[in-house]
Structure formats: C-alpha cells, structure tokens
Write a protein that binds this ligand. Structure first.
Ligand SMILES: [Mn+2]
Length: 393
C-alpha cells in the first residue's frame, strides 16, 4: 500500500506569470503521478495556497486537481500551513472540505492540552495539527496528545512547523521530534528543504515544496518534489523530483557597473539558455558606476529574444563603492536620490536592519492588479513583506 505526501505548493505564489504557471504545473504533475501510482491517499501538509484567499484562477485549477484525485478514488487529508492559515479560522481549505474534496485533520484544544483526533483510513490512523503564523503553533505542539489507535495501526502525524532536527544550529524556534507523540511517519511541511531522516527508527520527511518559491529556493533546490511512501513490509520513502524546466545559476563578480551590461551579455552569449530559467546573481564591490548603470532591461530583452523561459536577478550581494555617496542630488532620478539618502543614513546610523530598506521599498511598491480585491492584494503584499523580513520560512 502506498500513500503520497505533498507539501508547500504555495499555489498563487510568484509574481511573474510564467513562474506562477510553472508553480501550478508542478502541482498538477504531482497529482498526475499520485493517480498513476494508485496511492491510497494524499497528505497535504500545509501551505497548499500562498494566501488564505487565493485568486479565482488559482482556485479553479486547484479544485479541478482535487476533483481528479476524488474521481480516481484517492482521498485527500489536509492541514493548514502558515500561509493558508487565517486567524478567523475561515480559509479556502474549508471550501475544499465542504465540497467533499478533502478532509481537514481535527483536534480539541484547551489551555492544558491539545488532543488530536484521528482520521481512520484502512490500517492508518492519521493525525494532524495546522501551522500558524510566526511559529505560533509551537506552544500548542508541546502539549499534544493523541487518541491512541489499536496496536498494529500505522500512525501518521502531519505537522506544519519547524523541527529541531531539520535546522541544526540556526536560532529559530523549533520542537525536537521526541517531544511529539510517537508516529510511524512524520509528514512535515513548512521548511522548504530536502529533508528525510530516520529519527528513533521512524521517518520524518519535509514533503515539499512542489516548486521552489523564490530566487534563493531555485538556487538551492532547483526543482520541486513530493514523496511517495510505500508501506508494504517495511516503510520505503521515494522522493519524486518534479523537473519541468532546467535552472541555470549565473554568477557574475563585478567591479565596474559602467561595463556591467556588456560583461553580463558576454557571458550569456556563450550559453544556450533556450527554455531555461536563468538566475543571474551579480555580486562584488563596485569601484566604478552604480547598480542603476547596469541595463537589466537590455539583458532581459536579449534573453527573451533567445527564448529563455524566465529571467530572475539578484543584486543583493553587490555593494556600492564609497564614491557613490558623493552622487549629486541635483540628478532628479528618484532611485538615485533614495540610494544616496539611504547610504548616508546607513553611514551615520549603522545597523544590520538598514539592509532591509531597499528590499522593503521594493516589496511595498507592489501594485494592486486589475480585478484583484483588497484582501487578496493585502495578503500578497504581506506575504512579500514576510519574505523580506524572514518571518516565514
Ligand atoms: Mn511553506
């Protein structure tokens, strides 16, 4: 008997339309594979959606995928994640459940304890507790109890949180697995890493993401993934990579921004990047020119003409030389003025937080799209902000 574990799909995530498409296509691929493999059921361990109120187009696609599972006789069991959780308790996961496409894990919670109620599926007992914003689920997880199954049943514990074993020494709030009820399979979501480990002989697996969520994740993970778990005899964990497009990371060290465009184009011209995702990372300390001297639009036009699927850039490790502070404020370009003022401020008031100023300005300059309602826009805005501030993983 097999089941599948899908996590952190963040449907509706990504600002670039072609990346949003790839995100949903990756999810569809995972569902298609679950049907081909004839799994018993699929576990969704949170952040199915990127926000509690996803756009209609995303909902249409998602519902149609859940319908395919249902028509194939495959059950879907689900918990909310930190992104699709809402304080009011109302999310689109409830709509999915009410329309008969999935079952959300239930529990009783009071001040002293949290009792997880099992979903029983043949010889499986499936328990789950949702993730919340900013790791607020951790205090509840410390007081979890489960309604025990009959002895031979296979126990699955679904959680959307950070376990200590997955982050090692990074100072983030987390919970060690041995503080949780015993399970035969820990189906985890939240941290976007490639993590599968046996802890006390039992597998603990972060199931996602089904597609990387940002530049950094594309760089680290390249592709999305999900898992199939075969419990015939012994428990076998099979990682299924979802490779729809190849990813190329191009790193350019730069000293002279005035020659930057040329320098980058020269490198790109040597490569065949047709239909690939190009990640351009420019780093170094500028001795001449400034960031705005690099003509990224020209680079993008070149890549588009050569059939690149998507072009993403990251210049956060490109530091401006000291000269730049001298830029004349008489040049009325807004970006330049901001740049000068922020650098001046940073010099007078050094703080690590100053690094957040530009990412925050960029993130806050998000515009409401046509037909997008305020709550969707707001959650898109906040989700971007959270990423900048590293509130969510
Ligand atoms: Mn996530």
């Amino acid at each position: 008997m097999k089941f599948a574990h899908i996590s952190d799909s963040h449907l509706g995530g990504w600002r670039q339309p072609e990346m949003q498409l790839l995100n949903i296509e990756s999810f569809k691929k995972a569902i298609e594979c679950c049907i081909e493999e004839k799994v018993e059921f699929v576990l969704f361990t949170g952040d199915l959606f990127d926000s509690p109120f996803p756009p209609i187009e995303i909902l249409k696609d998602t519902f149609s995928e859940f319908r395919k599972l249902k028509e194939a006789g495959i059950k879907s069991y689900i918990i909310a994640g930190s992104h699709d959780y809402s304080v009011s308790g109302k999310t689109f996961l409830d709509v999915l459940e009410k329309s008969g496409f999935c079952e959300i894990c239930k529990f009783d919670e009071n001040e002293d304890k949290v009792i997880l109620k099992p979903i029983m599926h043949k010889s499986f007992y499936i328990y789950g507790y949702p993730g919340k914003k900013s790791g607020l689920e951790l205090s509840s997880l410390k007081k979890i109890e489960i309604i025990e199954p009959y002895s031979n049943y296979f126990r699955i514990l679904m959680l959307h949180t950070t376990i200590k074993e997955a982050i090692e020494n990074i100072p983030i709030d987390s919970i060690p697995l041995n503080e949780l009820p015993k399970a035969d399979y820990y189906a985890l979501g939240h941290v976007h890493v490639n993590f599968e480990k046996e802890i006390n002989d039992k597998p603990a697996v972060y199931g996602g993401p089904t597609f990387p969520n940002n530049f950094k994740e594309l760089e680290d993970l390249k592709y999305g993934a999900f898992y199939i778990i075969d419990v015939e005899g012994y428990t076998k964990i099979i990682r299924k990579e979802i490779r729809l497009k190849e990813v190329d990371l191009i790193e350019v060290e730069m000293e002279d921004a005035l020659k930057g465009t040329e320098q980058i184009l020269e490198i790109l011209k040597r490569l065949n990047l047709r239909d690939r995702i190009v990640l351009l990372k420019v780093f170094g300390e500028l001795k001449k020119g400034k960031l705005s001297d690099i003509k990224f639009q020209e680079i993008q036009d070149y890549l588009e003409k050569n059939g690149v699927y998507s072009f993403l850039k990251n210049t956060s490790k490109l530091e401006a030389g000291k000269k730049e502070i001298e830029v004349n404020l008489q040049s009325y370009e807004m970006e330049k003025i901001e740049d000068v003022l922020v650098k001046k401020y940073d010099k007078e008031n050094p703080s690590n937080l100053n690094k957040l100023i530009f990412p925050l300005i960029e993130s806050l300059s998000l515009e409401k799209q046509e037909g997008e309602n305020s709550s969707v826009f707001e959650s898109r805005l906040f989700s971007g902000l959270n990423k900048v501030l590293n509130i969510e993983l």
